[in-house]
Design a protein around this ligand. Structure first.
Ligand code: DPP
Ligand code: ZN
Length: 873
């Protein structure tokens, strides 16, 4: 496998103006006729035309009308090169591919008898020969021909301009996309589908047609996706002044899909998981996921499609920005300050659960990577979620209005172009007259910076100093870090702030300090009492904050901080301290004689029962840091000890706070018709968290409560929560699992949940997972199903995955290899379950290494090879 470097970027020798594609669709053999007009790029050197092509058979090739023979071009496994081509060229390329054989789900493939495409990042080259790189933008016309009875619906990008019948029971549809686009945004669908559709009026008065396409039988699950689409369109008009630029916008759901969804111009193709929902089959989390992903893909229409990436190293240009936009959309849809904070806390949890570990492991890379072997491996939490944090920091530094000015300038300058992360930064800087040179380091330096805070109070001078210092990886230069700070008085209220040498509004209670040097002192004046500092409010930068808080200070913040994110954070610190101590104790002396202090329990009791607090916030405040997050704090990870310690804490909370948990369980019922709105979802989340604590140490009454909830639930949130609590508590669950399966055997997304909740149960060992694989509903070929069982075991069940005998590592190796033969992208994701192997105790490490080497010894895809090689390096 070859490594590709960002520094090697050169512009393409030829640009493409128009693309005319003709498809004769048949599962075993699809003929693709491709007519492209090219001309030499005035901004590049050379006269060689380089086309990419993989897994397609060349039938014939014409250049300016002339049939080319084998001596006229060079064909390798990945490219077709025509040397010394004229300045203006028309190429007519005929190829054949076999969609039904395509199990990688990249390019043109068949899912449940229907045709779909997935072209990002490099799937278009599996459809036809083309300069398949995002800086080649062209106008596309697409003719689709297929059997009318089997494939009544023929869709592609843009506008439908012609359709009709052909002989032999076939029909055709011709589509034209009025906008230039890179090849990764091409899409087609030929399928038997039905749609929910409606006309929608844009802010400028234009009517557009919105459609959500699904398989017959699923029209009872499209309302929320449609509503989310309408909300997204409105929101982008209002928040960013961005309007839909097409006459029609289509969402199509497909059951076999590698990613969550894809923003193809005018024809978004979605994993069914992010479209289909009704109260019976989908949970509150599923509904929220649909809103976020529908928004995300819709927002790409401007941030991604109208302005796209120059090369794939710039992926975060569109993904970080679009994740930030979908985060803001979801927060605005809730509309309250605590609602916004709750979404922010969720984002922090995701960063700590997945991004910080990635950034500390073998796949660590900057938000804008410098090199890759396989670009599909770089659709990561770093590029997406940390990338979104980087975009958020612009808004934190420039303010909402300043950020909007930067966005406006970005579109003024770059609409219709393929650009780089630096262009976005330049627009933000220029629109606001700010120097953001140093800010570039967020794009070029990998790893999570550590910010250390020290404080000192001078009662005589009434000065309070916060001394902030930062450290990155060895050799890195200081980052430009916005650190939002507030000071709490003894009464728990925010003190009005006066920053020496700072310009800020009088009476402000939160200020954004800009840490740009290795160490800086920030002095607050006129501080009448020693305050408790609340540092990194709203998680204002993706860093690890170190500060020697005392328990009393943390309790003060946990009880009073006006910033809900730091209020939650104080609780997490209190819990983490105890979890680490208990873990050490278990590792040294076993599980006997563990104790949880009254102070902590009282803090939990207070927040649980404080009905002035939003239930959604209380739920988050009561969740202990996950086993993965605890592991990240330890130099040598002992998964069993972590699990035992955390279970002990859950057990203790469940027992000691039983009365309060029961009271809140009953107080947060949501009778009446189900609604996925944030307030109702928050109540259900708190109620179901109470249930899971009550079942951490269940007696007959609690078991009965869960069983009742399971039997009487009127929605999937409550039903699945009851079942998860039952099976994760290790109590007999055979009949409930069976009843659940029988009810939903025909709902693929619910069957995924059924596998997932078993795979992540701490009682499920590798033998049980292997047994589940024998279930008739299990298949490796469907990514959602494979992920539901295998990934939930390897990534969400650490105490079993890290069983001392190493049997689960052998299982991992076996299925990385098996999946790689079917779908390298999915296999490479599974391969990453071993990222952190060097941090485990020596006995486990040795077994993990063996498993890695077993995989490494095989003939592997580039995708898996890159992950394994980096892990072992
Ligand atoms: N479909 C993926 C996303 O929207 C890649 N663009 O993030
Ligand atoms: Zn995206």
């Amino acid at each position: 496998p070859t490594t590709i470097y960002r520094k090697d970027y050169t512009p393409p020798a030829y640009l493409v103006d128009t693309v005319e594609l003709g498809f004769d669709l048949a599962p075993a053999s699809t003929v693709v006729a491709n007519r492209i007009t090219l001309r030499r790029n005035p901004d590049a050197a050379g006269s060689d035309i380089v086309l990419h092509g993989e897994e397609i058979e060349l039938v014939q090739l014409r250049l300016n009308g002339q049939l080319l023979g084998e001596g006229d071009y060079e064909l390798s496994a990945a490219t077709l090169t025509i040397r010394n081509a004229p300045a203006e060229v028309v190429l007519e390329i005929e190829t054949v591919c076999a969609p039904v054989e395509n199990t990688s789900l990249s390019g043109l493939y068949v899912s449940n008898g229907n045709f779909f495409t997935q072209c990002e990042a490099e799937g278009f080259r599996r459809i036809t020969f083309f300069p398949d790189r995002p800086d080649v933008m062209a106008k596309y016309t697409v003719m689709l021909r297929a059997n009318k009875e089997q494939y009544p619906v023929l869709l592609s990008n843009g506008n439908l301009i012609e359709q009709g019948d052909l002989d032999d029971g076939r029909h055709y549809a011709k589509w034209e996309d009025p906008f230039k686009k890179p090849s990764y945004l091409f899409a087609l669908v030929a399928a038997k589908l039905v749609c929910q559709e409606e006309q929608f009026k844009l802010a400028d008065g234009r009517d557009v047609l919105l459609q959500v396409w699904v398989e017959d039988g699923n029209l009872d699950k499209t309302d929320y996706a449609m509503q989310s689409l309408k909300n997204s369109i409105r929101w982008d008009e209002e928040r960013f002044g961005l309007e839909l630029d097409l006459d029609r916008f289509m969402i199509v759901a497909v059951g076999d899909f590698n990613m969550g969804a894809m923003e193809n111009k005018g024809l978004n193709i979605f994993n069914t998981k992010f479209v289909l929902a009704n109260p019976r089959t989908a949970t509150d989390i599923d509904f929220a996921g649909i809103e976020a992903v529908v928004g995300h893909e819709y927002f790409h229409n401007w941030t991604g499609n109208r302005v796209t990436c120059r090369d794939w190293f710039q992926l975060s240009l569109k993904e970080g920005l679009t994740v930030f936009r979908d985060q803001e959309f979801s927060a605005d849809m809730i509309g309250t300050d605590t609602g916004r904070a709750v979404t922010r806390i969720d984002q922090v949890r995701t960063l700590r659960q997945a991004q910080f570990p990635e950034d500390a492991g073998p796949m660590s890379h900057p938000v804008r990577p410098d090199s890759f072997v396989e670009i599909n491996n770089f659709y990561t939490v770093t590029v997406y979620e940390k990338g979104a944090e980087v975009v958020r920091m612009y808004q934190t530094l420039l303010g909402r209005d300043g950020f909007r000015k930067g966005m406006d300038l970005y579109f003024d300058r770059h609409d219709g172009q393929a650009v780089a992360c630096d262009d976005f930064r330049a627009a933000m800087a220029d629109a606001n007259g700010r120097d953001l040179t140093q800010f570039e380091r967020w794009y070029s330096q990998a790893g999570t910076p550590v910010v250390t805070a020290r404080t000192r109070y001078d009662a005589v001078k009434r000065n309070f100093d916060i001394i902030l210092s930062q450290r990155g990886k060895p050799g890195q230069l200081p980052f430009h870090i916005p650190v939002a700070v507030g000071l709490l008085g003894a009464d728990g209220k925010d003190l009005p702030l006066t920053l020496e040498h700072g310009k800020h509004a009088k009476g402000a209670t939160t200020l954004v300090l800009e840490l740009t040097e290795q160490e800086q002192i920030f002095r607050f004046r006129e501080v009448d009492e020693r305050p408790t500092p609340s540092i990194l409010r709203d998680f204002s930068a993706p860093v690890i904050l170190e500060h020697d808080y005392t328990d009393d200070e943390l309790l003060h913040l946990f009880n009073h901080d006006s910033d809900p994110v730091n209020r939650w954070e104080a609780g997490q610190r209190l819990a983490m301290e105890r979890l680490l101590k208990l873990t050490a104790q278990v590792a040294a002396h076993g599980a006997a004689n563990l104790k949880l202090d009254q102070t902590f329990i009282n803090a939990m009791r207070t927040v649980l029962s404080d009905e002035s607090l939003d239930p959604a916030f209380r739920e988050l405040a009561l969740i202990l840091p996950s086993e993965t997050i605890i592991a990240e704090q330890m130099d040598v990870v002992d998964p069993q000890a972590i699990h035992t310690a955390r279970q002990f804490m859950r057990h203790t909370i469940g027992t000691v706070l039983k009365a309060e948990l029961l009271a809140q369980y009953h107080a947060n019922q949501t009778p009446g018709e189900y609604s996925p709105d944030a307030a109702s979802a928050g109540k259900r989340a708190l109620k179901n968290l109470c249930l899971s604590y009550l079942l951490a140490a269940p007696e007959a009454a609690e078991l009965q409560l869960a069983q009742q909830q399971f039997d009487n639930a009127t929605n999937m949130t409550d039903r699945s929560a009851a079942l998860v609590s039952l099976i994760h508590s290790g109590t007999d669950n055979g009949p409930h699992l069976q009843a659940f399966y029988d009810d939903f055997a025909n709902e693929a997304l619910v069957v995924d949940k059924w596998f997932a909740m078993q795979a992540s149960a701490p009682t499920t060992n590798v033998a049980a997972v292997r047994k589940l694989m024998q279930h008739p509903a299990f298949t490796l070929k469907n990514p959602n199903r494979a992920r539901s069982l295998i990934f939930n075991f390897t990534n969400a069940n650490p105490s079993q995955f890290h069983a001392a005998d190493g049997s689960a590592y052998e299982f991992w190796a076996e299925f990385v290899i098996k999946l790689d033969a079917i779908n390298p992208q999915v296999a490479a994701r599974l391969a990453r379950a071993m990222d952190r192997w060097r941090r485990y105790a020596p006995a486990l490490q040795a077994k993990m290494k063996q498993a890695l080497e077993k995989v490494a010894a095989r003939q592997l895809s580039n995708d898996v090879a890159e992950v394994i090689t980096k892990a072992l390096a």
